[in-house]
Design a protein around this ligand. Structure first.
Ligand code: SF4
Length: 598
């Protein structure tokens, strides 16, 4: 065993260290020791989190802080649990999480409010004395607490969990937060920068770092409810009938409604031009605060539209101030307003002062791209294959082409038949998941009777907690089932390549990438995000040593895209041209026993 590894093993809280974990640990350790960065492409199930945390421990003991960025709150809890395991071995390491008020706020008046309105609600409630909770007067130290443990402890101590976390931010050895705190300029200044400003330069870990590309263009976003906006304008109209302010807000409500109707005619995103000067946006926001203050005693429903419009105005103000475009898009059934910045290099300076940056993901191809957008310094590049790769068959089915020009009755009909055939050949008791390129594509399959033409029960976009035995799950590539969840399926059928429709945002990004990455814009802005979504979805199958099954990339274009697959995966993919060949492979694979119940 290498001497560094031997020294690190005293921090490692598990009995056995896998070969792949060892590679991740050593690459991360080397970067931290040499003051360089590391880009680590390692498959799902390797155990990257604990490997990197273990590598960082000697530096933590030397006074460096780890700032750990994740995609979701659930992942934050996992990091905290791993740190707690190391602490149980007797190492004095303290993790503190940073998260927004959603899931933490204990004020009963806030229940039922959407997460995006909690900041607005909190400052309103405090300004009128309707929340007495804070961090003052409590000795509660939230180190190595998961969210649930923190909320329970705060409930007992009659303290605000959010404020307790914020008041201990500077004391954590490992500070864990989501990417929001990196991409949102305001949160970055308020939270990430103080977390990064310890005496010794921090180590920054970006987990599931492939998310950075999708997130970096969105500087801030809010969900938009047109009904709420109209209601808020009515409230103001009743109070300030002739004020210029009310007219300005009414005109904003009309622009939103116009943009929303453009979206319902098939576009996925449209720019929103806001001509109001900054001062009138600010004045409108304070008028709304006044109105909300007067109504809060009537309950949260009375203030919700006002808070909602305030959150929209806050985004608009920031866009004017920071020079971002404002875009309205449709996501599922909802409208989303976004402060949009197509510059791919805008985050390069965000974590400039660091000892090392470790970016890791199952899909970090192309590493040159990530290296450029993160401003990686002399990076160590490490590729680590899945330890379970031999437990699966990876097939590209070339008998299908789902490109936009091929879409029509015939194609959708043949996709329904394909799903039905694969279902019929998968041994009974096993479940499968089908991913399709978009919500529109999914609707086309549903109107052709997909649910009735498949032998197993079909669950369309079920919440991850409601999966089951012997079922067919159907979801969209890039949707909630395609990343970070264990679906316990034995077959993963990926239909089509999820290229984005060339809408306003895609075209703006392409233009910007053309000037920043001449000759590589299409690949970076358009091709790689699509391949990444497909690879992430394929990772739902092999999550642990017991998993076995078949992954099918059903579209002949994947043959050309193989060069963008992680190398370990590309080396194991086999092309099948005929439907019978595919179905035979599905029927004869040695699946073992079904993965459900867990
Ligand atoms: S202080 Fe804490 S508990 Fe009170 S409203 Fe704000 S977030 Fe909620």
């Amino acid at each position: 065993m290498e001497p560094e590894l031997q020294a690190l093993m005293r921090y490692f809280p598990y009995e056995s260290l896998r070969r792949e974990q060892r590679k991740v640990m050593l690459a991360a350790y080397r970067a931290m020791a040499e003051g360089r960065d590391a880009l680590i492409e390692a498959a799902s199930g390797v155990g990257k989190t604990i490997a990197v945390l273990t590598a960082a421990m000697p530096f933590v003991e030397d006074g460096h802080r780890v700032v750990y960025l994740t995609r979701t709150h659930a992942e934050i809890d996992k990091v905290v649990e791993e740190v707690a395991r190391m602490a149980e071995l007797g190492h004095p390491v303290r993790a503190v999480m940073v998260r927004g008020k959603s899931g933490l706020c204990l004020n009963p008046l806030a229940s039922g409010l959407p997460p995006g309105l909690l900041d607005e609600f909190c400052s309103l409630a405090k300004s009128v004395g309707m929340c007495s909770l804070s961090a003052a007067g409590t000795r509660l130290a939230p180190f190595n607490f998961t969210s649930r443990e923190l909320v329970e402890a705060c409930r007992e101590a009659r303290a605000c969990p959010y404020e307790v976390l914020m008041s201990h931010l500077a004391e954590g050895d490992v500070v864990v937060m989501t990417y929001n705190y990196l991409v949102d300029g305001e949160l970055r200044e308020r939270v990430l920068r103080p977390a990064m400003s310890a005496d010794k330069a921090p180590i920054v870990v970006m987990d599931e770092a492939h998310n950075v590309q999708e997130l970096l263009h969105s500087a801030d976003s809010v969900k938009v409810s047109l009904a709420d906006v109209r209601r808020a304008v009515e409230v103001l109209r009743a109070e300030l009938p002739r004020a210029r302010l009310t007219r300005a807000l009414a005109s904003l409500a009309r622009s939103l409604a116009r943009a929303a109707s453009l979206l319902s005619s098939g576009r996925t995103s449209v720019p929103l031009s806001v001509s109001a000067p900054l001062e009138s946006l600010e004045a409108a926001r304070s008028a709304l605060a006044e109105a909300a203050r007067a109504r809060l005693p009537e309950g949260p429903a009375a203030v919700r539209p006002l808070l909602h419009l305030r959150s929209i105005l806050r985004l608009l103000e920031r866009s004017v101030r920071e020079g971002h475009a404002v875009v309205l898009s449709r996501e599922g059934g909802e409208l989303r307003m976004e402060a949009f910045n197509p510059n791919p290099l805008r985050l390069r300076g965000a974590v400039r002062r660091r000892r090392a940056l470790v970016a890791m993901s199952a899909t970090l191809s192309s590493v040159e791209f990530y290296s450029e957008i993160l401003g990686a310094r002399d990076p160590i590049v490490k590729r680590v294959p899945s330890p379970y790769v031999r437990n699966a068959a990876f097939l590209i089915y070339t008998g299908l082409d789902t490109s936009f020009k091929s879409r029509g009755d015939e194609l959708y009909e043949s996709v329904v038949e394909l799903i039905s055939d694969v279902d019929a050949h998968l041994p009974s008791g096993h479940s499968m998941v089908v991913f399709v390129p978009s919500a529109e594509f999914l609707s086309e399959l549903l109107v052709r009777g997909l649910v009735y033409r498949v032998g197993r029960a079909v669950l369309v976009n079920p919440p991850p907690g409601e999966l089951g035995e012997n079922v067919v799950l159907v979801s969209v590539l890039g949707g909630r089932l395609s990343e970070g969840v264990d679906l316990r399926v034995s077959l993963c059928l990926i239909v089509g390549v999820p290229y984005a429709r060339p809408d306003y945002k895609v075209m703006a990004v392409m233009r910007e990438y053309s000037s920043v990455f001449p000759g590589r814009a299409r690949r970076y802005a358009y091709v790689l995000p699509a391949v990444r979504r497909a690879i992430q979805a394929s990772g739902r199958l092999l999550r642990g040593p017991r998993d076995r099954g078949v992954v099918v990339f059903a579209d002949r274009r994947y043959l050309r895209l193989l060069r963008y697959f992680p190398r370990w995966l590309a080396a194991h993919v086999r092309a099948v041209r005929r439907r019978e060949e595919l179905l035979k492979a599905v029927a004869l694979f040695p699946y073992g026993s079904p993965r459900w119940p867990p």
